[in-house]
Design a binder for this molecule. Structure first.
Ligand SMILES: Nc1ncnc2c1ncn2[C@@H]1O[C@H](COP(=O)(O)OP(=O)(O)OP(=O)(O)O)[C@@H](O)[C@H]1O
Length: 685
């Protein structure tokens, strides 16, 4: 069987349905097999119609008494089925699926899983308002299993059809590539891959679901670990890295010129980096440190070390605001020592841009700070020896790799992140890197006092902000994006800006910062904020990463419920960066007890790692990972938080297997099949 065969050619699919399936990532047969059910509906758990409660998800079974089609005043087709089960009758409502009128007939028996609510018809009857899945009970296909797999499918693809396609493919399944060797399958008492795939899609018992999940989770985590270990091996063994000498004059002078003494953690990390840079093995290191823990100074020292050894160093920041900030700070510190620092960002004029390219190419610039602009094809370095990416989760692994390829010899790579990543996840996300962590904050930092308040307290909160500003401090007000689109977010920030600027803060210099502004405008506003010309900065999350204004001591977050904890912690890290007592006030009117619980963790926990762990537990890895844009392929079935035991076992096996070159070929074939060559891209085995 050719697992890469286009799904379009499977019996019954055709071009239109294939297109719809492609949108959810199913382009070929292998994708189809590994598109796993989101959940299972236990069909034996049937709710009697007279026991239905509002706002619940229920399974009901009954016979159809009547099928009606209506058109709403907005032109939407509504199909209403009256279903009777001996205890009572209820309506089941579908929108815009007029074809149901033909397939559902009085007298037929129907299974429906759906959300309950009150009908819009004015009589307020309880009904099934949102159908999740349904099928006719006389349909033998569906009657067979107690556990009905539920998939997220496009409207056009009906669950019944989808299952028939799957059944068709599974019935002819042979020789499916499996990353796990027979000996691992036996040692861990796992199902064979073929059995696991059959049972995950067509389980007969609860145990089938459990066993098939175990096998597929093990295989998935094993593949990710093999990929990461292998990438690291290729980087470290086959490539000759550059070798720096032990620290000499320049590094020592700049170390002395720092306005503070490094913390013990900073010292430890600096030593680790020095050792990496002094070895011929290319450095591949992740530097994790909580917000404000002082990672930047470590980056500066590493860049200087590269320069002292005759190399160029590049630092790639996630935003122009941040690149500019680093550029200004680095220049202040390094210019007196004759080190040339340059800036390459998208908003340079054509002339400046060309000059920058020239200076990078001829080696005049020794340290180059930039954004994504650094990875354009046009950028050529004279002698790139060190690549630092700041906030790597905003780039992908692939982008990091692109910057590395701009060097003739394999450069040293340092990835910095302020997103505290729980330990179990570091292994999954950054399994290809060595890890250094700065836990300590610089001395003298005061805890940022955090409060959760409702909108009733808003007036009082802003009075407090005003008092702080009058005392000479600066403040941030962060507004959420209403939709995912930055456009809409700008509108909401705009409204708050207008309200504050013309109201309570009418005598204060306010500015509005959001993603719709040009990079130049953004730069100007940030400059005015750095120099205290602007006292109150109203902003969307553009300011989230890295901005360092020690005089800013208070932050108000509007609509705090819209942010994840990790993100709130990042935002909060913008204050408390100097010696002033600092505050973060979260405004939220959310009624949800879960949301309140989540936000109140911010009041209690100041350690970013502890908070990230809590966030992960509350929101689940999907959203946590989603927000991080980690650059790894989405896990198809494993959940790194709950599957920690399997993760550790898989890691152990992966380490053993990656030593054997011969067996790696098969594993990598499966990896490339599962992730469609778009993550690991391993060809050279
Ligand atoms: N050892 C130290 N002693 C005193 N102050 C320090 C020390 N290290 C760094 N700082 C100062 O602490 C502030 C935060 O440092 P830095 O910007 O490097 O943090 P960061 O880890 O990059 O934070 P973020 O992730 O939020 O960008 C800066 O003003 C910096 O000058």
């Amino acid at each position: 069987m050719n697992f890469r065969e286009n799904i379009q050619y499977i019996k019954g699919v055709g071009p239109k349905k294939a297109q719809a399936l492609k949108k959810i990532g199913i382009g070929n047969i292998y994708n189809l097999l590994t598109y796993y059910p989101k959940r299972y509906s236990d069909q034996s758990e049937i709710t009697a119609i007279n026991a239905i409660e509002p706002d619940a998800t229920v399974n009901i079974k009954g016979s159809i008494l009547n099928v009606q089609e209506k058109t709403s005043h907005r032109g939407m087709k509504i199909i209403t089925v009256i279903l009777h089960d001996g205890t009572g009758t209820t309506q089941v409502i579908w929108f815009n699926q007029p074809f149901l009128k033909r397939s559902l007939k009085p007298g037929m028996s129907l299974f429906v899983r759906g959300k309950t609510g009150y009908a819009y018809n004015g009589y307020g009857q309880l009904c099934i308002k949102q159908v999740i899945s349904y099928f006719l009970l006389d349909d033998t296909n569906n009657n067979q299993c107690q556990f009905l797999p539920l998939y997220t499918l496009p409207d056009m693809i009906k669950p019944k059809f989808y299952r028939s396609v799957l059944e068709n493919v599974l019935s002819t399944l042979d020789n499916i590539p499996c990353a796990l060797d027979r000996s691992i399958i036996a040692a861990y008492h796992l199902l064979s891959k073929t059995d696991a795939l059959r049972k995950i899609h067509f389980p007969q018992t609860k145990n089938d679901i459990k066993e098939s999940r175990e096998m597929l989770i093990f295989e998935e985590l094993f593949m990710i670990q093999c990929g990461l270990i292998y990438m690291r091996k290729i980087n470290s063994q086959n490539k000759q890295g550059i070798r720096c000498l032990p620290n000499s004059n320049l590094v020592k002078k700049i170390y002395k010129a720092l306005p503070f003494k490094l913390t013990d953690d900073q010292e430890k990390v600096w030593n680790e980096i020095c050792l990496d840079m002094q070895s011929t093995r290319p450095m591949q290191r992740l530097l994790q440190g909580d917000v404000g823990s002082g990672k930047t100074v470590i980056a500066v020292m590493a860049l200087v070390k590269a320069v002292e050894n005759g190399w160029q160093g590049a630092l790639m920041a996630p935003t122009e605001v941040l690149a500019k900030q680093h550029f200004d700070n680095f220049n202040k510190l390094l210019n007196p020592f004759g080190i040339k620092v340059g800036l390459l960002i998208g908003s340079l004029s054509a002339k400046e841009h060309n000059e920058a390219l020239q200076y990078i190419k001829n080696g005049e610039w020794q340290i180059i700070i930039g954004t994504h602009a650094l990875i354009q094809d046009k950028v050529q370095f004279a002698k790139l020896g060190l690549v630092i990416t700041d906030e790597q989760h905003r780039f992908g692994v692939a982008q990091r790799a692109r910057l590395e390829t701009k060097a003739e010899q394999t450069p040293d790579v340092l990835v910095m992140t302020a997103t505290p990543i729980p330990r179990t996840m570091t292994l999954t996300v950054y399994g290809d890197l060595d890890v250094s962590v700065i836990h300590q904050l610089p001395p003298g930092r005061k805890n940022i006092r955090t409060f959760l308040r409702t909108k009733n307290a808003r007036e009082k909160v802003y009075q407090f902000v005003l008092a702080q500003i009058k005392a000479g401090r600066q403040a941030y007000v962060v507004c959420p994006l209403i939709e995912l689109s930055e456009n809409v977010g700008a509108a909401s920030a705009e409204a708050i800006f207008e309200e504050l600027r013309t109201g309570i803060f009418k005598d204060v210099n306010c500015a509005l910062l959001h993603g719709k502004l040009s990079a130049k405008e953004k730069g100007k506003i940030m400059q005015d904020f750095f120099t205290n010309k602007v006292n109150l900065l109203i902003s969307t999350t553009v300011i989230e990463v890295g901005v360092n204004v020690p005089n800013a001591s208070i932050m108000v977050v509007e609509g705090a419920e819209r942010f994840g904890l990790a993100q709130l912690h990042q935002l909060r890290g913008r204050v408390g960066r100097g010696s002033y007592k600092s505050y973060c006030i979260l405004l939220s009117d959310s009624k949800s007890s879960k949301t309140k619980e989540r936000l109140s963790l911010m009041e209690k926990i100041s350690d970013g790692f502890v908070l990230a762990e809590a966030d992960l537990r509350l929101r689940g890895p999907g959203q946590f990972f989603g927000a991080m844009q980690h650059g790894l392929p989405d896990l198809k079935i494993a959940d790194v938080l709950n599957d920690t035991d399997i993760l550790l076992a898989a890691r152990k096996e992966a380490e053993k297997w990656c030593v054997k070159k011969k067996s790696m070929r098969e594993i990598i074939e499966t990896i490339n099949l599962q992730y469609e060559d778009n993550f690991f891209k391993i060809t050279d085995v």
